[in-house]
Structure formats: C-alpha cells, structure tokens
Design a protein around this ligand. Structure first.
Ligand code: ADP
Length: 153
C-alpha cells in the first residue's frame, strides 16, 4: 500500500468509480407527450426526472417533478399541454459521458443543483447527443452506502 493512509486509499477508490459502471436506465418521452402522461410515466417508472428525446434518442430536454407541479398550477388542460412547452431545453442541459468519473458527475449534480444527469454520447448522425443512461443523487447515495457497508481499504 506504499504507506498510504486509509483516507488516501478511500479517495483513490472513489476517484476510480465511473459513470459507465454506475449509470441506470434512462426513462424518456417525447416533446409531444402530455403533462398528464408525463406524470403517469413518473409514477409508473418510479423516477423523478424524465429525459425528452426525438428521432429515436436525440436529447432535446429534461422534465423534473417541479416542472410538472408548476404546470399544474396554471389551470390548463394537462392532457392537452405538451411537455415540450415546459421542459428545460438543450443546450441548457447538464450532461455527463460514459468515460466520466462518478465524482465528476456528482460534482456537476451539486454545482448545478439538479437531481439527475442524462448520460450521453455523440449520435451516429452527428446531429446532437443520444441518451444512454442516467446518473442521479440516488446513484451516488447508493455508492456511499456501499462504501460504508464494505470499506474497500
Ligand atoms: P425539481 O425541480 O423537481 O426539484 P431538479 O432540481 O432536478 O428537480 O430540477 C430543477 C430544474 O432544473 C427544473 O426546471 C429542471 O427542468 C431542470 N433540470 C433538471 N435536470 C437538469 C439537467 N440535467 N440539466 C439542466 N437542467 C435540469
């Protein structure tokens, strides 16, 4: 162990964790999806953030729980309002990539004050990025719990 303290070893271990190893499956919908259907999807899929895609996977936006809550306060017909009008749009989406470390992704979650990051890669067509996964505060909390249960040093 080359005389490293257990704190240093723990830090080394944490810095080696990757987005690729820890990502979960993204839940996606389309801009045309209604606010009503988006709320149903959130409950059925048990997620707090939906990624919005077009053309079979190109990222165009993100919808959070509060985005949906807010849109229910205006009194519009939820079945007629598309999430395209309430979502946060590209290029304002904070993302991460498969090769990023989990620490980089977690730093981005905290710094940008969001709950989830889409994991993206350059699309084959070159027109935007494709969604291939999801990193959330829960992803990071799970790793924290694992570290506490089974210290790697
Ligand atoms: P909530 O709004 O339910 O607390 P968030 O804190 O994740 O959930 O979202 C806050 C705002 O940031 C919302 O308007 C949402 O659309 C937007 N948002 C969520 N995730 C991202 C992201 N990865 N990049 C950019 N904006 C995001």
């Amino acid at each position: 162990y080359a005389g490293k303290s257990s704190n240093q070893l723990l830090g080394d271990y944490v810095r080696k964790l990757t987005v690729k190893e820890h990502k979960s499956v993204p839940v996606v919908c389309q801009e045309e999806t209604s606010v009503y259907d988006a709320i149903c999807t959130m409950f059925l899929e048990d997620v707090g953030t939906l990624f919005v895609v077009r053309n079979g996977g190109i990222l165009t936006g993100v919808v959070s729980r509060k985005d949906l809550l807010k849109s229910t306060m205006g009194g519009q017909d939820l079945a007629q309002t598309p999430i395209g009008v309430i979502m946060t749009r590209m290029p304002n989406i904070v993302t991460c990539q498969l090769e990023d470390t989990l620490l980089e992704a977690a730093t981005r979650l905290i710094y940008n004050q969001v709950d989830a990051l889409p994991v993206v890669k350059e699309s084959a067509s070159g027109k935007g990025v494709e969604v291939v996964g999801r990193i959330t505060k829960t992803t990071v909390t799970k790793v924290f719990v694992e570290l506490g249960e089974d210290t790697p040093v």
